[in-house]
Design a protein around this ligand. Structure first.
Ligand code: MOS
Length: 695
């Protein structure tokens, strides 16, 4: 027990979601469902987007649109309210005539009904002047991005990598690619905005209300306290709802134009593809030099990705190779091409997901090359300290995850050779991969505790539950921190009127917010004792942070899959998946399990289906709905099983927990293609692993 230790009574129990009933009965109000709070009927916005990838808007002809019944106005770059700052070209919506990618917002129709707005948008004629553009990563010139875009060093180098690789008895040297992938939460991006008395209120489908306010207020030229953002319920978020995107600025500008009247703007599924971020394609050049027994001598992971010319974002896929396995000589790098394409952004485990895909397939290739079992190969390459930083690991239990997973999965029964098992017309194989995700902790979170009547407490923090169950987990944390039952706590979240909270991203939410709640509760008890007078309150900002300067803090996992590949059609089925994780204390087994399962499903989906296809002639994604952008459906999922190790990591957070939202997608796609290799002997190095790869 450390000084920070808290009791765990509610924590660790499989409490049902406190908002489950509201959600399944349709009473939970999402960003477009706040009519009861609006005193005037809203205007409805519909975005008109550019058809050229680069160029100028010459003229927006709205005459036909304005003649259409119900259309109130058409805002364009000559008529929209001005922003105070236009530095961020993704967010500087309708401010000038420049077009930076196909699908950019070039006009916004406001109408009395969504139908009128949509028809009005169809009637707007945008005259555009096209300029030469570049939308293809292959062959594009690349540059070395700044470390601020990578989130850590852009490149690293230790030892004599080239010499060690050249001298290594065993070498793996391949290129692995992952495609563009798009976030597709059930609820697309949407917002309602109301500008009244110099204050803007937004109901936004976002992962971070305070982040939206902090980003947009200075752009709109208003004080942050004049921008209230609310997100009581959010229908899913995988990163695209982390930072605000163009549509949020568009609806804010429309609300300012409509002064006093609310404006609703729903981003269509199709419009999300260019406008709300995506995971870019990645190219991983991976070289491993090893001893004949599989021990790694040298490792190089060189990543090439693309960004948008109007705003830089780098998928930091070479980062996990810095800490994952032992080896004296190591080089990692990121290079990026600037293209005239939509702006990339976060998607579940940005960096770790594609990076670990490449590394974990390469490890499988190494296992085959040296004839060592893939589980054993990983165990042999356990580093004693973090090879990148030299810091000790705080709680590295990868080996426990691998061995426990192997036991549960029945790994020992596996034939060594690939293409060894044919069951009817199906080749059958099994595969494994490691998973990891950093224990991110975002500073600055604050919470407020107020004593109510009859021994009850109100706890408030501007966090957002994007569907993860965070509202329930935070309630459990608050109850334990106050030493009362969960029924004694009223929890308020999802509003910038509540104390500052960081974004629901980087698997940091529950840990970072929960730390603030725990410390506010401790401060409250210090201030007001065990029997406080109703009405007294304490607001405090989290003060203690995990010591990531001296400790390498990560979560770990091992994913095992069975793949069946049809011998004549190449169809791949995955009847069994198992993930075993080490993530510190699990606050709520029910909601945590759901996060892991969702991550595994999304990893399977990435392995076999997901791919956004860009048409190089026009620079846009032609796959822009769920009919063409395939995600795993129920029929694709077989027996999914998740377990976690009994862990408490009080060096990470006072609750002993680390994050769990993203690790489930890490390594999973590699486990699937490794199993497909074991089934067929066909090595797939480019995702998705579609049928044609096996024929
Ligand atoms: Mo996640 S990509 O940090 O929302």
């Amino acid at each position: 027990m450390t000084a920070n230790s808290v009791r765990a009574v509610a924590m660790g129990t499989a409490m049902e979601r406190v908002d489950g009933r509201e959600k399944v009965t349709g009473r939970a109000t999402y960003a477009m469902e706040n009519d009861a709070e609006l005193d005037r009927p809203p205007l409805h916005g519909w975005m008109v987007t550019s058809r050229t990838a680069k160029g100028r808007v010459l003229r927006v002809d709205a005459s036909d649109a304005l003649d259409h019944p119900g259309v109130v106005t058409v805002l364009d770059h000559t008529t929209a309210p001005r922003l105070a700052s236009t530095e961020d070209r993704e967010l500087a919506v309708l401010q000038d005539d420049r077009i930076g990618f196909r699908g950019q917002i070039v006009a916004l129709v406001l109408a009395e009904t969504p139908e009128s707005a949509r028809e009005g948008a169809r009637l707007v004629r945008v005259h555009e002047q096209a300029e030469p553009f570049s939308a293809t990563l292959e062959g594009a010139e690349t540059y070395r991005p700044d470390s601020s875009s990578v989130g850590s060093e852009t490149d690293t180098e230790q030892g004599e990598v080239d010499a060690a690789l050249a001298a290594a008895p065993v070498r793996i040297d391949h290129t692995y690619t992952t495609p563009h992938e798009h976030n597709n939460p059930l609820e697309p991006h949407a917002a309602t905005a109301l500008w009244r008395d110099g204050t803007l209120t937004m109901w936004d489908s976002t992962q971070g209300v305070h982040r939206v306010a902090a980003t947009l207020a200075p752009m709109l030229g208003i004080e942050p306290e004049r921008l209230r953002v609310r997100a009581p319920y959010v229908g899913g978020g995988f990163g695209s709802k982390g930072p605000p995107h163009g549509p949020e600025v568009a609806v804010a500008l429309a609300a300012m134009w409509a002064e006093g009247r609310p404006v609703k703007l729903a981003v269509t599924r199709q419009q999300m593809f260019p406008l709300t971020g995506y995971r870019t394609q990645t190219v991983s050049d991976l070289r491993i030099g090893a001893e004949p027994d599989g021990r790694i001598i040298a490792l190089e992971h060189a990543v090439t990705v693309q960004t948008s010319a109007i705003k830089e974002f780098v998928e930091h896929a070479a980062v996990p190779a810095r800490m994952m396995y032992a080896g004296e000589h190591r080089r990692t790098s990121h290079r990026v091409a600037s293209l005239d394409v939509p702006v990339p952004s976060w998607m579940r485990a940005p960096g770790e997901m594609p990076g670990m895909h490449a590394l974990e397939v390469a490890m499988d290739e190494l296992a085959v090359a040296v004839g060592v079992d893939p589980v054993e190969l990983r165990v042999r390459n356990e580093p004693e300290v973090d090879p990148g930083s030299g810091n000790p690991f705080s709680n590295r239990r990868l080996v426990d995850c691998l061995y426990r997973g192997a036991e549960l999965f029945g790994w020992a029964d596996r034939p060594v050779a690939p293409r060894a098992t044919l069951d009817g017309d199906w080749w059958v194989g099994t595969g494994v991969a490691s998973a990891t995700y950093p224990a991110n902790f975002f500073p600055g979170n604050a919470a407020r505790v107020t004593a109510l009547e009859r021994g009850r407490y109100a706890v408030a923090i501007g966090a957002v539950d994007i569907g993860t169950g965070a509202r329930t987990a935070l309630l459990q944390i608050a109850a334990d921190a106050l030493g009362v039952g969960v029924a004694e706590v009223d929890l308020a979240i999802g509003d910038t009127d509540l104390p500052f909270a960081t974004v629901a991203g980087g698997s940091s939410g529950t840990g970072s917010w929960g730390t603030a709640i725990t410390q506010a509760a401790q401060q409250f008890r210090a201030d007001h004792g065990e029997a406080p007078d109703p009405g007294v309150q304490t607001t405090s900002t989290a003060q203690s942070y995990p010591d990531t300067e001296h400790l390498a803090m990560h979560s770990y996992g091992a994913v095992f899959t069975e793949a069946r590949v049809h011998r004549w059609t190449g169809e791949v089925r995955v009847p069994r998946m198992l993930g075993v994780y080490s993530v510190g204390r699990v606050i709520n087994p029910t909601t945590a399990r759901s996060q892991f399962l969702g991550g595994l499903v999304m990893g399977l989906s990435a392995a076999l289906f997901e791919e956004s296809v860009r048409d190089p002639r026009f620079g846009h994604f032609v796959t822009q709905d769920l009919a063409t952008y395939h995600v795993a459906s129920h029929a694709d999922i077989g027996d999914l099983r998740v377990e976690w190790l009994d862990d408490v990591d009080e060096r990470a957070t006072p609750m002993g927990s680390r994050g769990i939202g993203e690790i489930g997608i890490v390594g999973t796609s590699a486990a699937v293609v490794n199993a497909a290799y074991h089934a067929t002997g066909v090595r797939v190095r480019n995702l998705p692993a579609t049928s044609d790869a096996f024929l």
